[in-house]
Design a binder for this molecule. Structure first.
Ligand SMILES: [Zn+2]
Length: 510
Protein backbone atom coordinates (compact mmCIF):
# COMPACT_ATOMS: atom_id res chain seq x y z
CA UNK A 1 0.00 0.00 0.00
CA UNK A 2 1.15 3.50 -0.78
CA UNK A 3 3.84 2.78 -3.32
CA UNK A 4 1.64 3.65 -6.25
CA UNK A 5 1.14 6.86 -7.98
CA UNK A 6 -2.36 8.29 -7.66
CA UNK A 7 -3.28 11.83 -8.46
CA UNK A 8 -6.24 14.08 -8.07
CA UNK A 9 -8.35 14.07 -11.21
CA UNK A 10 -9.97 17.14 -12.71
CA UNK A 11 -12.30 18.96 -10.33
CA UNK A 12 -15.32 21.03 -11.30
CA UNK A 13 -15.02 23.33 -14.31
CA UNK A 14 -14.53 26.88 -13.13
CA UNK A 15 -16.45 28.22 -16.07
CA UNK A 16 -19.70 26.38 -15.49
CA UNK A 17 -20.31 26.69 -11.77
CA UNK A 18 -18.22 27.23 -8.67
CA UNK A 19 -16.64 24.02 -7.48
CA UNK A 20 -16.70 23.07 -3.84
CA UNK A 21 -13.48 24.46 -2.44
CA UNK A 22 -12.24 21.04 -1.49
CA UNK A 23 -12.74 19.61 -4.96
CA UNK A 24 -11.53 22.52 -7.01
CA UNK A 25 -7.93 21.81 -7.71
CA UNK A 26 -7.29 19.72 -10.77
CA UNK A 27 -3.98 17.93 -10.65
CA UNK A 28 -2.36 19.55 -13.64
CA UNK A 29 -2.23 19.99 -17.23
CA UNK A 30 -0.05 19.40 -20.20
CA UNK A 31 0.47 20.85 -23.43
CA UNK A 32 0.89 20.03 -26.96
CA UNK A 33 3.47 20.20 -29.45
CA UNK A 34 3.57 21.40 -32.95
CA UNK A 35 4.10 18.77 -35.57
CA UNK A 36 7.79 19.26 -36.09
CA UNK A 37 8.17 17.71 -39.49
CA UNK A 38 4.90 18.50 -41.22
CA UNK A 39 2.87 15.40 -41.97
CA UNK A 40 2.55 13.10 -38.98
CA UNK A 41 3.91 10.13 -40.90
CA UNK A 42 7.26 11.78 -41.48
CA UNK A 43 7.94 12.70 -37.89
CA UNK A 44 11.11 11.39 -36.38
CA UNK A 45 11.15 9.83 -32.98
CA UNK A 46 11.35 12.45 -30.24
CA UNK A 47 14.85 13.77 -30.53
CA UNK A 48 16.45 17.00 -29.47
CA UNK A 49 19.30 18.33 -31.50
CA UNK A 50 22.22 16.17 -30.58
CA UNK A 51 20.40 13.05 -29.57
CA UNK A 52 21.25 9.80 -31.22
CA UNK A 53 19.37 8.73 -34.31
CA UNK A 54 18.95 5.25 -35.68
CA UNK A 55 20.51 4.76 -39.13
CA UNK A 56 17.11 4.58 -40.80
CA UNK A 57 16.19 7.89 -39.22
CA UNK A 58 19.41 9.45 -40.42
CA UNK A 59 18.69 8.32 -43.96
CA UNK A 60 15.17 9.68 -43.74
CA UNK A 61 16.45 12.95 -42.39
CA UNK A 62 19.08 13.20 -45.11
CA UNK A 63 16.36 12.88 -47.71
CA UNK A 64 14.17 15.40 -45.96
CA UNK A 65 16.64 17.97 -44.75
CA UNK A 66 20.00 17.48 -46.38
CA UNK A 67 23.36 16.41 -45.05
CA UNK A 68 24.12 19.61 -43.20
CA UNK A 69 21.26 19.12 -40.78
CA UNK A 70 22.27 15.51 -40.25
CA UNK A 71 25.87 16.44 -39.47
CA UNK A 72 24.65 18.96 -36.93
CA UNK A 73 22.41 16.43 -35.22
CA UNK A 74 25.04 13.74 -35.01
CA UNK A 75 28.09 15.78 -34.14
CA UNK A 76 26.66 18.42 -31.83
CA UNK A 77 25.41 16.02 -29.19
CA UNK A 78 23.91 17.65 -26.16
CA UNK A 79 25.65 16.86 -22.92
CA UNK A 80 22.63 15.69 -20.93
CA UNK A 81 24.72 15.59 -17.75
CA UNK A 82 26.34 18.98 -18.29
CA UNK A 83 27.44 20.64 -15.03
CA UNK A 84 26.25 17.74 -12.88
CA UNK A 85 28.43 16.53 -10.00
CA UNK A 86 28.28 14.20 -7.03
CA UNK A 87 26.76 16.39 -4.29
CA UNK A 88 29.11 17.73 -1.60
CA UNK A 89 28.61 17.16 2.13
CA UNK A 90 26.93 20.53 2.45
CA UNK A 91 24.59 19.88 -0.47
CA UNK A 92 23.79 16.40 0.86
CA UNK A 93 22.69 17.81 4.21
CA UNK A 94 20.40 20.27 2.45
CA UNK A 95 18.98 17.59 0.14
CA UNK A 96 18.28 15.36 3.13
CA UNK A 97 16.08 18.09 4.63
CA UNK A 98 14.00 18.15 1.44
CA UNK A 99 13.73 14.37 0.97
CA UNK A 100 13.16 13.48 4.59
CA UNK A 101 10.60 15.60 6.44
CA UNK A 102 12.03 14.74 9.86
CA UNK A 103 15.66 15.46 8.96
CA UNK A 104 17.56 18.03 11.03
CA UNK A 105 17.38 21.43 9.37
CA UNK A 106 20.97 22.36 10.27
CA UNK A 107 24.09 20.41 9.40
CA UNK A 108 25.13 18.27 12.36
CA UNK A 109 21.66 18.58 13.94
CA UNK A 110 19.72 15.72 15.44
CA UNK A 111 16.84 14.11 13.56
CA UNK A 112 13.48 14.73 15.20
CA UNK A 113 12.17 11.53 16.77
CA UNK A 114 8.57 10.33 16.82
CA UNK A 115 7.12 11.36 20.18
CA UNK A 116 5.06 8.15 20.07
CA UNK A 117 8.10 5.86 19.76
CA UNK A 118 8.42 3.33 22.58
CA UNK A 119 10.48 4.81 25.41
CA UNK A 120 9.71 8.45 24.62
CA UNK A 121 8.12 10.32 27.54
CA UNK A 122 4.36 9.79 27.64
CA UNK A 123 4.51 7.94 24.32
CA UNK A 124 1.17 6.19 24.69
CA UNK A 125 -0.68 9.47 25.03
CA UNK A 126 1.24 10.93 22.09
CA UNK A 127 0.20 7.94 19.98
CA UNK A 128 -3.42 8.41 20.96
CA UNK A 129 -3.21 12.11 20.16
CA UNK A 130 -1.68 11.50 16.73
CA UNK A 131 -4.28 8.84 15.98
CA UNK A 132 -7.10 11.25 16.87
CA UNK A 133 -5.59 14.11 14.85
CA UNK A 134 -5.02 11.97 11.76
CA UNK A 135 -8.46 10.36 11.96
CA UNK A 136 -10.06 13.79 12.18
CA UNK A 137 -8.06 15.05 9.19
CA UNK A 138 -9.08 12.03 7.09
CA UNK A 139 -12.74 12.38 8.04
CA UNK A 140 -12.84 16.09 7.21
CA UNK A 141 -11.05 15.54 3.93
CA UNK A 142 -13.45 12.84 2.77
CA UNK A 143 -16.57 14.65 4.03
CA UNK A 144 -15.50 17.69 2.02
CA UNK A 145 -15.20 15.65 -1.17
CA UNK A 146 -18.37 13.59 -0.81
CA UNK A 147 -21.01 15.92 -2.36
CA UNK A 148 -18.86 16.33 -5.46
CA UNK A 149 -18.18 12.59 -5.67
CA UNK A 150 -21.91 11.71 -5.49
CA UNK A 151 -22.59 14.17 -8.27
CA UNK A 152 -19.88 12.52 -10.37
CA UNK A 153 -21.36 9.09 -9.71
CA UNK A 154 -24.80 10.19 -10.96
CA UNK A 155 -23.42 12.11 -13.94
CA UNK A 156 -23.36 10.94 -17.56
CA UNK A 157 -20.05 9.45 -18.70
CA UNK A 158 -18.31 10.54 -21.91
CA UNK A 159 -16.88 7.88 -24.25
CA UNK A 160 -13.37 6.90 -23.19
CA UNK A 161 -12.18 7.26 -26.80
CA UNK A 162 -12.84 11.02 -26.58
CA UNK A 163 -9.80 11.21 -24.32
CA UNK A 164 -7.36 9.54 -26.69
CA UNK A 165 -6.64 12.89 -28.37
CA UNK A 166 -5.87 14.71 -25.10
CA UNK A 167 -3.61 11.79 -24.22
CA UNK A 168 -1.69 11.84 -27.49
CA UNK A 169 -1.31 15.59 -27.21
CA UNK A 170 0.07 15.20 -23.69
CA UNK A 171 2.50 12.52 -24.80
CA UNK A 172 3.86 14.59 -27.65
CA UNK A 173 4.57 17.57 -25.41
CA UNK A 174 6.34 15.41 -22.83
CA UNK A 175 8.38 13.45 -25.40
CA UNK A 176 9.55 16.66 -27.05
CA UNK A 177 11.05 17.87 -23.80
CA UNK A 178 12.37 14.66 -22.21
CA UNK A 179 12.51 12.11 -25.03
CA UNK A 180 16.28 12.48 -25.51
CA UNK A 181 16.82 11.64 -21.83
CA UNK A 182 14.47 8.66 -21.75
CA UNK A 183 15.76 7.19 -25.00
CA UNK A 184 19.37 7.20 -23.73
CA UNK A 185 18.41 5.32 -20.53
CA UNK A 186 19.31 1.72 -19.71
CA UNK A 187 16.00 -0.16 -19.83
CA UNK A 188 15.10 -3.82 -20.08
CA UNK A 189 13.40 -5.10 -23.22
CA UNK A 190 9.90 -5.37 -21.64
CA UNK A 191 10.07 -1.73 -20.48
CA UNK A 192 11.26 -0.58 -23.89
CA UNK A 193 8.42 -2.53 -25.48
CA UNK A 194 5.73 -1.12 -23.15
CA UNK A 195 6.88 2.38 -23.93
CA UNK A 196 7.21 1.90 -27.66
CA UNK A 197 3.63 0.70 -28.10
CA UNK A 198 2.06 3.17 -25.68
CA UNK A 199 -0.45 5.22 -27.69
CA UNK A 200 -3.34 6.16 -25.33
CA UNK A 201 -5.60 3.62 -27.06
CA UNK A 202 -8.92 3.47 -25.19
CA UNK A 203 -9.43 0.13 -23.47
CA UNK A 204 -5.78 -0.84 -24.03
CA UNK A 205 -3.55 1.89 -22.62
CA UNK A 206 -6.27 4.25 -21.42
CA UNK A 207 -8.70 2.77 -18.89
CA UNK A 208 -11.97 3.95 -17.32
CA UNK A 209 -12.05 4.02 -13.53
CA UNK A 210 -15.85 3.73 -13.48
CA UNK A 211 -15.76 0.52 -15.53
CA UNK A 212 -15.43 -2.50 -13.21
CA UNK A 213 -13.78 -4.45 -16.02
CA UNK A 214 -11.02 -1.82 -16.12
CA UNK A 215 -10.59 -0.84 -12.50
CA UNK A 216 -11.07 -2.12 -8.94
CA UNK A 217 -11.13 0.59 -6.26
CA UNK A 218 -8.60 0.30 -3.45
CA UNK A 219 -10.00 2.07 -0.36
CA UNK A 220 -6.89 1.43 1.76
CA UNK A 221 -4.61 3.00 -0.80
CA UNK A 222 -6.86 6.08 -1.03
CA UNK A 223 -6.79 6.45 2.75
CA UNK A 224 -3.01 6.07 2.72
CA UNK A 225 -2.75 8.76 0.04
CA UNK A 226 -4.93 11.06 2.15
CA UNK A 227 -2.79 10.49 5.24
CA UNK A 228 0.31 11.51 3.32
CA UNK A 229 -1.09 14.30 1.22
CA UNK A 230 -3.85 16.07 3.17
CA UNK A 231 -2.32 19.23 4.57
CA UNK A 232 -3.75 18.79 8.09
CA UNK A 233 -2.64 15.19 8.23
CA UNK A 234 0.85 16.21 7.18
CA UNK A 235 1.00 18.95 9.79
CA UNK A 236 -0.06 16.53 12.53
CA UNK A 237 2.73 14.13 11.55
CA UNK A 238 5.25 16.93 11.52
CA UNK A 239 4.21 18.10 14.99
CA UNK A 240 4.70 14.57 16.32
CA UNK A 241 7.98 13.96 14.47
CA UNK A 242 6.28 11.08 12.67
CA UNK A 243 7.71 9.62 9.43
CA UNK A 244 6.12 6.42 8.12
CA UNK A 245 9.02 5.86 5.69
CA UNK A 246 11.53 5.67 8.59
CA UNK A 247 10.64 2.59 10.63
CA UNK A 248 8.44 -0.49 10.57
CA UNK A 249 6.97 0.66 13.89
CA UNK A 250 5.75 3.91 12.35
CA UNK A 251 4.43 2.18 9.23
CA UNK A 252 2.55 -0.34 11.37
CA UNK A 253 1.06 2.36 13.57
CA UNK A 254 -0.24 4.24 10.54
CA UNK A 255 -1.72 1.12 8.95
CA UNK A 256 -3.24 -0.49 12.02
CA UNK A 257 -4.29 2.49 14.12
CA UNK A 258 -5.35 4.96 11.46
CA UNK A 259 -5.86 3.50 7.97
CA UNK A 260 -7.58 0.21 8.80
CA UNK A 261 -10.26 1.64 11.14
CA UNK A 262 -10.97 4.47 8.71
CA UNK A 263 -11.33 2.07 5.78
CA UNK A 264 -13.66 -0.15 7.80
CA UNK A 265 -15.89 2.83 8.65
CA UNK A 266 -15.91 4.52 5.23
CA UNK A 267 -15.35 1.78 2.64
CA UNK A 268 -18.04 2.83 0.15
CA UNK A 269 -17.17 6.55 0.29
CA UNK A 270 -13.51 5.74 -0.24
CA UNK A 271 -14.41 3.61 -3.28
CA UNK A 272 -16.33 6.54 -4.76
CA UNK A 273 -13.35 8.78 -4.06
CA UNK A 274 -11.01 6.33 -5.74
CA UNK A 275 -13.16 6.07 -8.87
CA UNK A 276 -14.03 9.73 -9.37
CA UNK A 277 -11.33 11.64 -7.56
CA UNK A 278 -8.12 10.33 -9.10
CA UNK A 279 -6.13 9.52 -12.15
CA UNK A 280 -3.43 6.88 -11.96
CA UNK A 281 -0.77 5.19 -14.03
CA UNK A 282 1.38 2.10 -14.18
CA UNK A 283 3.86 1.18 -16.92
CA UNK A 284 1.80 0.95 -20.09
CA UNK A 285 -1.57 1.96 -18.61
CA UNK A 286 -3.33 5.10 -17.38
CA UNK A 287 -6.72 5.24 -15.65
CA UNK A 288 -9.10 8.22 -15.74
CA UNK A 289 -12.75 9.00 -15.04
CA UNK A 290 -14.91 10.35 -17.86
CA UNK A 291 -17.83 11.63 -15.77
CA UNK A 292 -19.18 15.04 -16.78
CA UNK A 293 -21.12 16.34 -13.82
CA UNK A 294 -21.72 19.87 -14.99
CA UNK A 295 -24.78 21.21 -16.70
CA UNK A 296 -24.87 22.56 -20.21
CA UNK A 297 -26.65 20.89 -23.08
CA UNK A 298 -25.03 20.40 -26.45
CA UNK A 299 -26.72 21.87 -29.52
CA UNK A 300 -27.08 19.32 -32.33
CA UNK A 301 -24.21 19.83 -34.79
CA UNK A 302 -22.67 22.52 -32.58
CA UNK A 303 -19.66 22.45 -30.30
CA UNK A 304 -19.63 20.43 -27.08
CA UNK A 305 -20.85 22.41 -24.05
CA UNK A 306 -18.14 24.54 -22.43
CA UNK A 307 -17.93 22.25 -19.41
CA UNK A 308 -17.17 19.31 -21.67
CA UNK A 309 -14.45 21.22 -23.48
CA UNK A 310 -13.04 22.22 -20.09
CA UNK A 311 -12.94 18.55 -19.10
CA UNK A 312 -10.92 17.65 -22.20
CA UNK A 313 -8.39 20.40 -21.49
CA UNK A 314 -8.27 19.57 -17.81
CA UNK A 315 -7.71 15.88 -18.57
CA UNK A 316 -4.99 16.79 -21.08
CA UNK A 317 -3.21 18.54 -18.23
CA UNK A 318 -3.69 15.56 -15.90
CA UNK A 319 -2.41 13.19 -18.58
CA UNK A 320 0.88 15.08 -18.89
CA UNK A 321 1.51 14.19 -15.26
CA UNK A 322 0.32 10.60 -15.65
CA UNK A 323 2.37 10.02 -18.78
CA UNK A 324 5.49 11.36 -17.08
CA UNK A 325 4.96 8.73 -14.36
CA UNK A 326 5.23 6.02 -17.03
CA UNK A 327 8.72 7.33 -17.91
CA UNK A 328 10.15 7.02 -14.39
CA UNK A 329 13.31 4.91 -14.49
CA UNK A 330 13.06 1.54 -12.67
CA UNK A 331 16.18 2.38 -10.62
CA UNK A 332 14.48 5.57 -9.39
CA UNK A 333 11.31 3.57 -8.60
CA UNK A 334 13.31 1.00 -6.62
CA UNK A 335 15.10 3.77 -4.72
CA UNK A 336 12.17 5.98 -3.74
CA UNK A 337 9.75 3.29 -2.49
CA UNK A 338 6.63 5.02 -1.20
CA UNK A 339 8.27 8.43 -0.71
CA UNK A 340 5.85 10.80 -2.46
CA UNK A 341 8.20 13.74 -2.08
CA UNK A 342 10.38 11.95 -4.59
CA UNK A 343 8.00 10.42 -7.09
CA UNK A 344 5.14 12.91 -7.01
CA UNK A 345 7.37 15.92 -6.37
CA UNK A 346 9.69 15.09 -9.27
CA UNK A 347 6.84 14.06 -11.58
CA UNK A 348 4.96 17.27 -10.86
CA UNK A 349 8.10 19.40 -11.24
CA UNK A 350 8.50 18.07 -14.80
CA UNK A 351 4.76 18.41 -15.38
CA UNK A 352 4.99 22.07 -14.49
CA UNK A 353 7.85 22.60 -16.94
CA UNK A 354 5.76 21.15 -19.76
CA UNK A 355 2.55 22.92 -18.82
CA UNK A 356 4.07 26.33 -18.31
CA UNK A 357 5.31 26.05 -21.88
CA UNK A 358 2.04 24.80 -23.36
CA UNK A 359 -0.86 26.26 -21.39
CA UNK A 360 -0.19 29.79 -22.73
CA UNK A 361 -0.16 28.38 -26.27
CA UNK A 362 -3.44 26.59 -25.58
CA UNK A 363 -5.09 29.57 -23.92
CA UNK A 364 -3.96 31.85 -26.73
CA UNK A 365 -5.40 29.37 -29.26
CA UNK A 366 -2.07 29.48 -31.07
CA UNK A 367 -1.84 25.86 -32.14
CA UNK A 368 -4.67 24.43 -34.21
CA UNK A 369 -3.26 20.90 -34.16
CA UNK A 370 -3.26 20.95 -30.38
CA UNK A 371 -6.79 22.22 -30.08
CA UNK A 372 -8.16 19.79 -32.64
CA UNK A 373 -6.58 16.88 -30.87
CA UNK A 374 -7.73 17.88 -27.38
CA UNK A 375 -11.26 19.12 -28.17
CA UNK A 376 -11.96 16.99 -31.23
CA UNK A 377 -13.43 18.43 -34.43
CA UNK A 378 -16.78 18.81 -36.18
CA UNK A 379 -18.03 16.38 -38.84
CA UNK A 380 -16.11 18.24 -41.57
CA UNK A 381 -12.80 18.16 -39.73
CA UNK A 382 -12.93 21.79 -38.59
CA UNK A 383 -12.14 23.13 -35.14
CA UNK A 384 -15.15 23.84 -32.94
CA UNK A 385 -16.19 27.51 -32.84
CA UNK A 386 -16.45 29.71 -29.75
CA UNK A 387 -13.22 28.71 -28.03
CA UNK A 388 -12.63 30.64 -24.84
CA UNK A 389 -9.38 30.99 -22.93
CA UNK A 390 -11.04 29.95 -19.68
CA UNK A 391 -11.78 26.50 -21.12
CA UNK A 392 -8.10 25.72 -20.46
CA UNK A 393 -7.47 25.47 -16.69
CA UNK A 394 -4.58 27.49 -15.33
CA UNK A 395 -1.61 25.49 -14.05
CA UNK A 396 -2.19 24.28 -10.50
CA UNK A 397 -0.10 21.71 -8.61
CA UNK A 398 -3.08 21.09 -6.31
CA UNK A 399 -2.20 19.11 -3.23
CA UNK A 400 1.31 18.47 -4.56
CA UNK A 401 2.47 22.05 -4.06
CA UNK A 402 4.69 21.12 -1.13
CA UNK A 403 6.19 18.07 -2.86
CA UNK A 404 7.03 20.19 -5.92
CA UNK A 405 8.59 22.86 -3.75
CA UNK A 406 10.89 20.25 -2.23
CA UNK A 407 11.81 18.77 -5.62
CA UNK A 408 12.65 22.22 -6.98
CA UNK A 409 14.71 22.97 -3.90
CA UNK A 410 16.80 19.85 -4.61
CA UNK A 411 17.28 21.12 -8.16
CA UNK A 412 18.37 24.53 -6.84
CA UNK A 413 20.78 23.05 -4.29
CA UNK A 414 22.61 21.31 -7.15
CA UNK A 415 23.39 24.59 -8.90
CA UNK A 416 23.75 25.07 -12.64
CA UNK A 417 23.64 21.32 -13.30
CA UNK A 418 20.52 20.87 -11.18
CA UNK A 419 18.06 20.54 -14.03
CA UNK A 420 20.21 17.92 -15.75
CA UNK A 421 20.72 16.11 -12.45
CA UNK A 422 17.00 15.78 -11.66
CA UNK A 423 16.30 14.64 -15.21
CA UNK A 424 19.14 12.11 -15.14
CA UNK A 425 17.89 10.80 -11.79
CA UNK A 426 14.22 10.42 -12.71
CA UNK A 427 14.43 9.40 -16.37
CA UNK A 428 17.78 7.54 -16.41
CA UNK A 429 18.15 6.23 -12.85
CA UNK A 430 21.21 8.39 -12.04
CA UNK A 431 20.16 8.84 -8.42
CA UNK A 432 23.79 9.45 -7.37
CA UNK A 433 23.53 12.85 -9.07
CA UNK A 434 20.89 13.90 -6.53
CA UNK A 435 22.84 12.41 -3.62
CA UNK A 436 20.71 9.35 -2.89
CA UNK A 437 21.58 5.68 -2.39
CA UNK A 438 19.54 2.80 -3.76
CA UNK A 439 17.94 2.54 -0.30
CA UNK A 440 16.49 6.05 -0.66
CA UNK A 441 18.77 7.32 2.11
CA UNK A 442 21.21 10.15 1.65
CA UNK A 443 24.64 9.24 0.25
CA UNK A 444 28.07 9.97 1.74
CA UNK A 445 30.12 12.80 0.35
CA UNK A 446 32.53 11.80 -2.44
CA UNK A 447 36.09 11.10 -1.26
CA UNK A 448 37.85 11.29 -4.63
CA UNK A 449 37.58 13.70 -7.48
CA UNK A 450 38.06 13.13 -11.18
CA UNK A 451 41.22 14.36 -12.93
CA UNK A 452 41.15 17.87 -14.32
CA UNK A 453 38.98 18.17 -17.42
CA UNK A 454 37.10 15.00 -16.56
CA UNK A 455 34.11 13.93 -14.49
CA UNK A 456 32.94 10.55 -13.25
CA UNK A 457 29.97 8.72 -14.67
CA UNK A 458 28.53 6.02 -12.43
CA UNK A 459 27.13 3.11 -14.43
CA UNK A 460 23.40 2.49 -13.89
CA UNK A 461 21.32 -0.64 -14.34
CA UNK A 462 17.60 -1.09 -14.79
CA UNK A 463 16.97 -3.57 -11.95
CA UNK A 464 13.63 -4.82 -13.31
CA UNK A 465 13.15 -8.03 -15.29
CA UNK A 466 16.60 -9.42 -14.52
CA UNK A 467 18.47 -6.18 -15.14
CA UNK A 468 20.03 -4.22 -17.98
CA UNK A 469 23.34 -2.34 -17.72
CA UNK A 470 23.99 0.95 -19.48
CA UNK A 471 25.83 0.42 -22.78
CA UNK A 472 28.86 2.41 -23.89
CA UNK A 473 26.64 4.04 -26.46
CA UNK A 474 24.08 5.10 -23.84
CA UNK A 475 26.82 6.46 -21.57
CA UNK A 476 28.33 8.39 -24.46
CA UNK A 477 24.97 9.77 -25.51
CA UNK A 478 24.05 10.87 -21.97
CA UNK A 479 27.37 12.71 -21.67
CA UNK A 480 27.49 14.28 -25.11
CA UNK A 481 30.64 12.45 -26.25
CA UNK A 482 31.32 9.77 -28.83
CA UNK A 483 32.07 6.16 -27.90
CA UNK A 484 35.59 6.70 -29.27
CA UNK A 485 36.10 9.66 -26.92
CA UNK A 486 34.68 7.63 -24.06
CA UNK A 487 37.05 4.73 -24.76
CA UNK A 488 40.11 6.95 -25.06
CA UNK A 489 39.30 8.56 -21.69
CA UNK A 490 39.20 5.06 -20.18
CA UNK A 491 42.13 3.17 -21.71
CA UNK A 492 42.14 -0.53 -20.93
CA UNK A 493 38.56 -0.51 -19.69
CA UNK A 494 36.27 -3.00 -21.44
CA UNK A 495 33.17 -0.86 -22.02
CA UNK A 496 31.20 -3.99 -22.87
CA UNK A 497 31.83 -5.51 -19.45
CA UNK A 498 30.74 -2.69 -17.14
CA UNK A 499 28.79 -3.40 -13.95
CA UNK A 500 26.28 -1.24 -12.11
CA UNK A 501 28.13 1.17 -9.83
CA UNK A 502 31.36 1.20 -11.87
CA UNK A 503 32.82 4.63 -12.50
CA UNK A 504 34.06 5.66 -15.92
CA UNK A 505 35.69 8.96 -16.85
CA UNK A 506 34.04 11.46 -19.13
CA UNK A 507 36.05 14.14 -20.91
CA UNK A 508 34.26 17.41 -20.15
CA UNK A 509 33.99 19.72 -23.11
CA UNK A 510 34.22 23.43 -22.45
ZN1 LIG B 1 1.28 11.43 -9.73
Amino acid sequence: VGDFDRDEGPGAPVLAEPAPASAAAPALAPALLTFAGGAAGSRLAPARAGSRLAPAQVLRLQRAAGNRAVTKLIVARDDQHKDTHLPTADELAKINVQVNPTAPTAKGGVEKQWDGASGQPDFNNQRAALKAELSEALKNHLDGKLPWLKKQEAAPKLPLANFEGPGRAAKRAVDARYGAYTSAAALTAPVVHDRSVFAFKAGVHLKDRANPAHFTPDPADVADWMAQTDVFAREAQKRHGFNKDRSADEQTFLNDQVIKPFVAARKHDLELYDIYGFAQSSPGQIWISTALASKGAAVAGGPPPPAERWLYWSTWETLVHEYIHTLEHPAFIAMRGGNRILFEGFCEMFTEEVLLEWIPIAKGDKNAALRGEVEGKDGSGNLWPNFEEKMVPAYNPGEYADYVKRAKEIRNILGSGGENAVRAAFFQGHIELIGLRSTGKIASAPTTSAPSGMRFHQVVSDPSNGGKIETADQIATQNGVSVVELQSANPGVDLNALKAGDNVLIPVKP
